[in-house]
Design a binder for this molecule. Structure first.
Ligand code: ADP
Ligand code: MG
Length: 179
């Protein structure tokens, strides 16, 4: 990982996305909520981005990536993320993939942890395929090496050159200065 986490914590990378409702505002309030999670401390947040949907129809997405030091287990963190999605009006349609959503919070990496059960897969199995994950991540940690050995910056460029569209919009709001 790019940063050393304090004892008892791991570096957790979280991908944020929204394409229903006021997605830019939702990502700002989600960022504020992430900063209130127990045993977690925000270390980096990307800018706010706008991307075209990948493998789906619907409105463009708002996207960002944040990094935290996290003392929860990855399962407990995912449960917290899913609760936040629910609190922001997320509805899950059974069996429908890539449906438009008010808020999507994906656990991308949790230290070097690997998981393979149906509720949690780590590293996130599609993160290396998605410019809307890797371009914001390249802004904060360009030299991070993905599980397949490619750097984040290189993979982000490659996916954009292959046609995935994503643009930086501006700063992500509501970054607190809590130390
Ligand atoms: P996606 O974000 O890939 O479009 P969803 O947000 O609808 O998909 O998540 C579908 C399921 O993926 C969730 O029920 C969740 O338990 C599971 N899942 C497995 N691994 C992860 C992960 N690393 N981060 C977030 N969700 C995950
Ligand atoms: Mg998700």
């Amino acid at each position: 990982m790019a940063r050393k986490a304090p004892p008892g914590t791991e570096v957790a990378l979280i991908g944020l996305g929204a394409n229903l409702g006021d997605g830019a505002k939702t990502l700002g309030t989600a960022l504020a909520a992430l900063q209130t999670l127990p045993a977690c401390h925000l270390i980096e947040a990307s800018s706010l981005y706008r991307s075209a949907p990948v493998d789906a129809a619907g409105p463009d997405y708002w996207n960002a990536v944040v990094a935290m030091h996290c003392g929860l287990t990855p399962e407990a963190l995912l449960a917290r993320l899913q609760r936040l999605e629910h609190e922001h009006g997320r509805e899950r349609l059974q069996g429908v993939h890539n449906a438009p959503r008010t808020l999507d919070l994906d656990l991308l990496l949790f230290g070097s942890r690997r998981a393979h059960d149906e509720r949690l897969v780590l590293p996130h199995p599609r993160m290396h395929l998605r410019a809307f994950v890797l371009v914001p991540l390249a802004e904060i940690w360009p030299h991070l090496v993905l599980p397949d050995g490619e750097s984040v910056a290189h993979a982000a460029r490659r996916l954009q050159q292959a046609g995935q569209q994503i643009q930086r919009v501006g700063p992500l709001a509501f970054i607190s200065t809590r130390s």
